[in-house]
Design a protein around this ligand. Structure first.
Ligand SMILES: *[C@@H]1O[C@H](CO)[C@@H](O)[C@H](O)[C@H]1NC(C)=O
Ligand SMILES: *[C@@H]1O[C@H](CO)[C@@H](O)[C@H](O)[C@H]1NC(C)=O
Ligand SMILES: *[C@@H]1O[C@H](CO)[C@@H](O)[C@H](O)[C@H]1NC(C)=O
Ligand SMILES: *[C@@H]1O[C@H](CO)[C@@H](O)[C@H](O)[C@H]1NC(C)=O
Ligand SMILES: *[C@@H]1O[C@H](CO)[C@@H](O)[C@H](O)[C@H]1NC(C)=O
Ligand SMILES: *[C@@H]1O[C@H](CO)[C@@H](O)[C@H](O)[C@H]1NC(C)=O
Length: 753
């Protein structure tokens, strides 16, 4: 049994490397002295008590929301002085004996889940980073050129600057570090860098969307409610599952608190730190009620994750989860039995059946060449996976990539570990009443998205969990023009006109757009679960230097499923010389290319392989599934004889009939050229600035402009552009041509033609 310490900086990294090394050679699961006992329906607690007593267990908890599930801890088996083998043998015997009871449905020996907080102490990390940097290229000159270029663009976009200065005037607050919170509100206050690279939050605040009436809980190592910024702490939204004897208590370790327990409190401040209280900074949803659910301050099990996910789910709306499977680039993990069930129950039963919102960090394993395709939490359709960006709109070195990232939030972190550029991080609360100015990582990005979701729920409480995902897909923009960043350049426009990326999902979240779109969102119709493409079962060997291509033909379940949401691929594959050499792509009938799993050079596994792992792509959002899909599996394991053999592969399409959804223009998907990326970035940025501050009609025009730009790249859409320009002229003349801003926008539209 191991309790991973998650202290900051190098000691922690070393601990990880050591324990991971052990795992490579002795990859037995770390069994604990905890067991789940599930009884048949209509058995009552006396049966559980009787079984516990007979087998020398303490009965710690009845997990009612999971059904007839009881949490048992053994009094003598699997203690720390027992060997792993002894524990496995004892556990198996106990389970056999319990299963012989006629009322027992199942019993699962609980494993210490290998999860970690997604926190990064960037400064300490960089100080200690002498060796081991994979990407040694010093691209700072290239970066500086890119920044100069961006400054020019910004200089150029006068309308944009003006818009920013206007919204600045709307807010006077006395929180001393609000100015450091560039990711909420960036007017260029930090060395003039990249004004507008922020969550576009203030228009939402200005309209009164601050989280009132919404409950958000941070599932983490605890929450220290003694911090003066965390007065919105709500015991009803909180729980302590690290100590099952004090479930209802304040969710933080008793006794002195150190930086090791500050992670949850830091995440909480990003969501709910009070505004205008002369202390630290401001949370995105500073009027929301704030809970802390403690599971990460000790051994984490499948059961604890499940309790957290279902805790008081008629009361809590959003669960912010800045953690996940370890980011060492070695593991492939999925939510286990009860956690999967809890996620399923959460979206179907939580929030009066509208569904709980589970927001998850996509991981910080970029440095370890990890890929979030290997993270089954990120790839679960019931979670919303969040990526990170820095103040330049670039992907930080720690970011991971995969087709399951939904949106990204700006939190800082250098693009390469040796970058000389200034870096700005996140300011938030910490334990013992402090203010913490160095929060970062996808841990920091997740609470920002959680709280924007809370604002959207305030704007429209009827939103279902799928509605929220639809809104996120439509409320993000390209974070940069992509110059000098090959990663951020890798944008596609999908078959429904959405810009998508493996590094940033649908892009940088635009909170105001999310909230305002939510207000009038019609609501998506019932989910259609379509598995009409014939699965593969047998032995399909990956050829050498070529991918194994498996076609899947779908008719969208006789045309009932017209607008895709999630596309899931489940795969079993063994026999590779090295699991990390596997790369998996899925190409849709519209032509969108999703990398479901990228190479992970550190994963040398040659034994377990890929076992019934589910991969998710969001890149086909709003496409029609009908047609031929191509699943392509590469094994780039070095040309030896050992190559992967796929034994099972299937595709599942989730989505709706499309009724009630805004129309999309179906088109051939394609990768954007650098020029198109720049054009898309600029038009979206204008749309974002114009949206609230200038003129709603122009905002619509800007959006249409960007759609037309996309179509234009395909050699069509010229007519559309002319219509837009004519309409812009009409709007401008109606308002009188005196307004400089309107004229400027018109010029922008003209020059974009
Ligand atoms: C483990 O320690 C307990 C006391 O904590 C003791 O009763 C037991 O005999 C020990 N077991 C082994 C295998 O050493
Ligand atoms: C913050 O408090 C100051 C007084 O200290 C007040 O003038 C200002 O309007 C307040 N700001 C907001 C946004 O409530
Ligand atoms: C768990 O909580 C109980 C009640 O507050 C306390 O007595 C006990 O020491 C706690 N256990 C641990 C391991 O912190
Ligand atoms: C499509 O329709 C046919 C005939 O109505 C039916 O037999 C078949 O089951 C349907 N397929 C799916 C996937 O719904
Ligand atoms: C694969 O996993 C799914 C759940 O995700 C399960 O229903 C199915 O039985 C599993 N298949 C195998 C062969 O283990
Ligand atoms: C895009 O171009 C292709 C090939 O030139 C054409 O078949 C298709 O209809 C075009 N799509 C749109 C939306 O213009």
């Amino acid at each position: 049994m191991i309790a991973y310490k998650r202290s900051k900086g190098l000691p922690w990294l070393l601990a990880c490397i050591l324990s991971c090394a052990i795992c490579v050679y002795n990859c037995q699961e770390q069994l604990t002295d905890h067991f789940a006992l599930e009884l048949l329906d209509n058995s009552d607690i006396s049966v559980a008590k009787e079984i516990a007593k007979k087998h020398n267990f303490d009965l710690l908890h009845h997990a009612q929301q999971l059904g007839n599930v009881y949490h048992l801890q053994h009094r003598s088996a699997c203690k720390s002085n027992h060997t792993a083998n002894q524990c496995a043998t004892d556990g198996a015997a106990l389970i056999r004996s319990m299963l012989s009871h006629p009322r027992v449905l199942r019993s699962i020996h609980q494993v210490a889940e290998d999860v970690e907080k997604r926190h990064l102490d960037i400064k300490e990390f960089l100080r200690n980073l002498a060796d081991g940097v994979d990407d040694k290229s010093d691209d700072s000159s290239e970066e500086s050129r890119a920044i100069d270029k961006r400054r020019e663009e910004i200089e150029d976009a006068k309308i944009y600057k003006k818009a920013l200065s206007r919204r600045h005037l709307d807010l006077i607050v006395n929180d001393p570090h609000f100015n450091l919170q560039w990711y909420l509100h960036n007017t260029g206050q930090l060395q003039g860098i990249n004004p507008g690279l922020d969550l576009n939050l203030l228009p939402a605040w200005n309209r009164g969307f601050t989280g009132s009436g919404i409950v958000v809980s941070v599932v983490d190592d605890g929450l220290d409610p003694s911090n003066p910024d965390l007065k919105n702490y709500d015991p009803l939204a909180s729980a302590d599952f690290n100590n099952l004897t004090r479930k209802e208590g304040i969710p933080i370790r008793s006794g002195p608190l150190t930086m090791e327990q500050t992670h949850g409190t830091a995440c909480a401040g990003e969501i709910g730190a009070l505004a205008n209280n002369s202390f630290c900074g401001i949370g995105v949803a500073f009027n929301a009620k704030l809970g802390g659910i403690r599971i990460l301050d000790g051994v984490v099990t499948d059961l604890l994750e499940a309790y957290a996910i279902l805790h008081n789910n008629q009361y809590i709306s959003v669960y912010s989860c800045s953690w996940g499977p370890r980011d060492n680039g070695l593991v492939m993990d999925m939510p286990k039995f009860y956690t999967s069930k809890a996620l399923q129950l959460g979206v179907s039963k939580g929030r009066g059946g509208k569904g709980s919102l589970f927001v998850m960090a996509s991981g910080n394993g970029g440095k370890n060449a990890d890929n979030c395709g290997a993270d089954g939490f990120v790839n679960n359709p019931h979670t919303i996976a969040v990526g990170a960006l820095n103040i330049f709109g670039r992907t930080p070195y720690y970011g991971e990539s995969c087709s399951a990232i939904h949106v990204s939030a700006p939190v800082g972190g250098p693009h390469t570990p040796n970058s000389k550029l200034p870096d700005y991080l996140v300011t938030t609360t910490m334990v013992n009443g402090g203010c913490f100015k160095e929060m970062s990582g996808t841990s920091a990005a997740t609470p920002l998205v959680s709280s924007c979701v809370a604002l959207a729920l305030q704007a429209n409480p009827e939103l279902s969990w799928r509605d929220v995902q639809h809104l996120l897909s439509r409320s993000a923009r390209l974070p940069s023009s992509g110059k000098g960043d090959p990663k951020i350049q890798s944008w596609q426009v999908n078959g429904a006109g959405h810009y998508v990326s493996h590094h940033a999902g649908f892009g940088l979240l635009d909170c105001a757009k999310l909230v305002f779109t939510a207000q009038t969102w019609p609501g998506v119709t019932d989910q259609i679960d379509c598995r009409d493409a014939k699965p593969y079962r047998g032995k399909f060997r990956v050829p050498s230097r070529k991918p194994l291509t498996l076609p899947f033909d779908s008719r969208g379940c006789n045309g009932t499923l017209k607008r895709l949401e999630h596309v899931l691929v489940t795969l079993t594959m063994q026999g590779m010389a090295m699991r990390g050499a596997v790369e998996i792509w899925l190409k849709s009938p519209a032509g969108t290319e999703s990398r479901l799993l990228g190479m992970r050079p550190k994963d040398k596994d040659n034994r377990v392989g890929i076992k019934n792992q589910t991969f998710l792509t969001l890149l086909n959002w709003d496409e029609n599934p009908a047609g031929r899909w191509l699943l392509q599996i590469w094994d780039r394991g070095g040309g030896g004889r050992r190559r992967g053999v796929v034994t099972e592969a299937s595709v599942q399409f989730l989505g709706s009939s499309g009724a009630r959804l805004p129309p999309v223009s179906h088109r051939r998907a394609r990768w954007l050229t650098p020029d198109e990326t720049t054009a898309a970035f600029r038009s979206q940025r204008l749309a974002s600035a114009a949206q609230e501050v200038l003129h709603p009609e122009l905002a619509t025009l800007s959006r249409r402009l960007h759609n037309a730009l996309v179509a234009n790249g395909n050699g069509s859409g010229g007519g559309d552009l002319t219509a837009i320009v004519n309409e812009a002229r009409r709007v401008v003349s109606k308002k009188g041509v005196t307004d400089e801003d309107l004229k400027y926008l018109l010029r922008q539209i003209d020059s974009a033609l």
